[in-house]
Ligand binder design. Structure first.
Ligand SMILES: Nc1ncnc2c1ncn2[C@@H]1O[C@H](COP(=O)(O)OP(=O)(O)OP(=O)(O)O)[C@@H](O)[C@H]1O
Length: 458
């Protein structure tokens, strides 16, 4: 299925105001084209220098007051090495055209009454190409993310580099892996990375959060049950251990497993067989086991809350993930990555962080670690004005995150933000200016949400 294309940004560099307006008007007829106009080459270069916004296509007048086509083309190629640049000239001159094309111009057009239409076709073609390229990038990113820890588990800190090494080592054998670390540090991500690097990569990866399943259901969830095993067991059910056959079983929050099930798990690991609740013959268990916990399992053993024999069985290769606040500049690297991806997936123009916003991120402790950073960055992308994320867009206090927890669990961040804005609009009789002031967001953000049918003025 083709992906929805983000708007195409076009820079028009042309000193003749009338002609520039004409091109902008023609291209602007497609609402998916964002046109930005510049009267000189320098104005365009200054913009490229000061803003993270990058065009998908540039039209360049051959004779500008501050430079000739070939020379300006060369200067534009520095910040825009691969962006198509269409040169538009008042005169038809074959040798100039050939020279420009050799220099990497995308096309050469002569100004006449058909230029705007020809440009329209060129832009249409570029749009198709950009679409294919983005689709490719997205697919490559998805595959890369799945298999390569250096793509999936971002970071450049020494702590993360040593985690990559451990992942590679773990992936070479079937050793049980126990991942520990605070909430949101990426424990499940590490487990997945090991699975997708291992020989079991084409078999299932089954993740079970032990703490999330009610006590009375967990046994049948893990081991399955036979029909009639208990009231309500109206048909046979395959357990997660069986489901993971040939692949990997990831038991998250293992410290929360109740003592009875700890004993049963120990038996399964010793005998490499599982039995469904309610009988039947034992079934061979062939899955690689990985476990995770945010608690200190050794301490749980000391306190008598976790079986010591099971602890030694499960420990295998321990991988301890560092909290985000101890990973220094990784905070910025992750933040930029989340911002880029969010903009790409939501068809927003590219955004960057202001210097003050970076400081604010670096000063915060991130108790929710990477998960919290991701949520904060995605919300900031929605709230940002223009092309920059400012400190006030970063909702680092609990108050702002409190809104999120009020909402239904499955909503996306974007839906949650829309929900907040809608509530304010309703409460203030659709007064956009007032709502923008109260929420400290720009009016244009609200207009954009109305245009995208995310909120309504009722
Ligand atoms: N190093 C990283 N690079 C990119 N994304 C990361 C990284 N670490 C974590 N994430 C992202 O952060 C989020 C939380 O990660 P994950 O669910 O693996 O954490 P966890 O430690 O298992 O959390 P919990 O303790 O709550 O189960 C996910 O969206 C994950 O993709």
């Amino acid at each position: 299925m083709p992906i929805a294309l983000p708007p195409l940004t076009i820079f028009i560099v042309e000193d003749n105001t009338w002609y520039r307006e004409l091109l902008a008007y023609r291209l602007g007829q497609n609402p998916e084209y964002h046109v930005r106009q510049f009267g000189t080459a320098q104005a365009c270069l200054d913009h490229l220098h000061q803003s993270p916004e990058r065009p998908d296509l540039v039209t360049l007048d051959y004779s500008l007051p501050d430079g000739q086509g070939d020379e300006v083309l060369k200067r534009l190629r520095v910040p825009l090495p691969t962006v198509p640049i269409v040169v538009i000239s008042a005169q038809e001159d074959v040798s100039t055209a050939v020279g420009l094309l050799r220099q990497g111009a995308y096309d050469y057009l002569v100004k006449d009454e058909e230029t705007a239409d020809r440009l329209w076709h060129i832009v249409h073609n570029v749009r198709q190409q950009v679409g294919l390229q983005r689709e490719n990038e997205l697919l490559r990113e998805q595959i890369g993310q799945k298999y390569d820890p250096t793509h999936a588990i971002l970071g450049e800190s020494p702590q993360i580099r040593s985690i990559w090494t451990l992942i590679d080592k773990a992936a070479r054998t079937n050793i049980t892996v126990s991942v520990s670390g605070e909430t949101g540090t990426g424990k499940e991500l590490v487990a997945r990375a090991i699975h997708y690097r291992s020989e079991r990569r084409n078999q299932p990866f089954v993740a079970v959060n032990v703490a999330a399943i009610p006590r009375e259901l967990i046994e049948s969830e893990l081991f399955g049950h036979e029909k009639g095993a208990f009231t309500g067991a109206i048909s046979r059910r395959i357990g997660r251990f069986e489901e993971a056959h040939g692949g990997t079983l990831f038991l998250d929050e293992i410290a929360d497993l109740d003592p009875n099930l700890q004993a049963k798990l120990l038996r399964v690991l010793q005998e490499r067989e599982v039995s469904r609740v309610g009988g039947g013959k034992p079934i061979a268990f062939d899955a690689r086991l990985m476990v995770a916990t945010h608690r200190d399992l050794a301490e749980q053993v000391q306190q008598g809350l976790f079986r010591e024999d099971l602890y030694y069985r499960l420990m295998g290769l321990p991988i301890k993930l560092p909290p985000l606040r101890e990973r220094g500049q990784d905070i910025l690297l992750l933040a930029e990555n989340f911002l880029r991806k969010f903009c790409l997936l939501n068809h927003l123009p590219a955004l960057g962080f202001s210097t003050e916003a970076r400081h604010k991120l670096l000063q915060y402790a991130f108790p929710g670690n990477v998960r919290e950073l991701k949520a904060v960055v995605e919300l900031a992308a929605v709230l940002a004005e223009g092309d920059t994320v400012r400190p006030q867009d970063l909702s680092l206090r609990n108050a702002a995150l409190g809104y999120a927890s009020e909402s239904a669990g499955n909503e996306t961040l974007r839906e949650q933000v829309a929900g907040i804005v809608q509530r304010y609009l309703d409460a203030h009789h659709g007064n956009i200016l007032q709502v923008a002031q109260l929420l400290q967001i720009g009016k244009s953000t609200i207009y954009r949400m109305i245009q995208n049918h995310e909120v309504r003025v009722r």
